[in-house]
Design a protein around this ligand. Sequence first.
Ligand code: NAD
Ligand code: ZN
Length: 393
Amino acid sequence: MKALCWHGKEDVRVERVPDPRIAEPGDIIVKVTSTAICGSDLHLYDGYIPTMRQGDILGHEFMGEVVETGREVKTLKVGDRVIVPFTIACGGCFFCNRQLWSLCDNSNPNAGLAETIYGKSPSGLFGYSFLMGGFAGGQAEYVRVPFADVGPLKIPHVRDGGPEDEKVLFLTDIFPTGWMAAENCAIQDGDVVAVWGCGPVGQFAIRSAQLQGAAKVVAIDRVPERLRLAAEAGAETIDFDRDDVRARLEELTGGRGPDSCIDAVGIEAHGTGSVDAVLDRAKAAVGLATDRGHVLRQAIMACRKGGTISIPGVYGGVLDKVPFGAAFNKGLSFRMGQTHMMRYMRPLLERIEKGEIDPSFLITHRLGLEDGPEAYRTFRDKQDGCIKVVMRP
Ligand code: NAD
Ligand code: ZN
């Protein structure tokens, strides 16, 4: 089959690789009909995750049709149409029983390595390096899906009145991720929620905060098309290249600060090697303010006393210069982590079916799998108004 494979920083290639096979009795093989590129894939593309290996198949946002089932699979059969969550979970451990699906104890075969870095292992993830289990990803024609009775959500085919792929594809990750980011803010009547990052996750966080009752959402980015999309949803916007983010947030909240702050950016705004980090170091050397690229620092300083910092943005390693004293003395709460997908997929599908939201608003680019290298470049560089790329193998 054809698959999109990682070969190093900024080097992804379409290659012929062996078809996946059933390895465990609970596995299925899915023929992929649609697959998207995520901001999380950009951490791999930009070389931030050191446990990728040459030839690893990328991708964790995908859906398709079941073409083979292992002998113990009970709920799915060949021909079924499924939406596959990016986290893999066994469905039976301490964590799965508490709906903490992304912390599953039994789905990461490389737990030992993960524990040396994180203390305890997170769940397995598709297409996200050896550290997260080494599972081949879904930017491919076919993919093996373990624990198939637990994660995948079965939906009717389009010919039987089911929704088009584009309406439901983002239930594989970014819609539940934006939703959980907002839910982690425990939004009360009258709340103001600030969202750093208007990429795909930020866009869903903005809309989810509104659906969960936020009185005002403030969206922060610098990419005009992304700020425009946030404004169209009814958010106030701040261009962090032009405005002083904290001062604007104070203005918009009568000096108190937002009730909750969502970091939908992640490591890129802090990591070594990014343009922002280099610029910030240069500015620090000559004594200029360096807060521009540091989302978490801004969020902690801007948040109102007693507020919540919700972090869907992905962090991999160690983060320095976080003003923990401010967080402590302001009595802030922190909520974060990979999304507990299976809590949200079905209820959010119902919201889509009821017409409360149509997630396809995000898609700006539709390409084939063979256009993968161009698709990654376009999405990373935000060329040509790119907000979300969907590929059809
Ligand atoms: P993206 O890269 O498309 O969007 C990030 C946005 O942040 C960009 O528009 C960028 O311009 C903006 N940004 C950069 N620096 C900023 C700053 N200093 N202030 C404000 N905005 C800034 O990515 P995405 O697909 O939207 O994903 C966002 C984050 O969510 C990533 O870190 C991704 O890995 C993470 N993610 C987490 C989960 C989870 O389970 N927790 C799931 C999916 C994605
Ligand atoms: Zn994703």
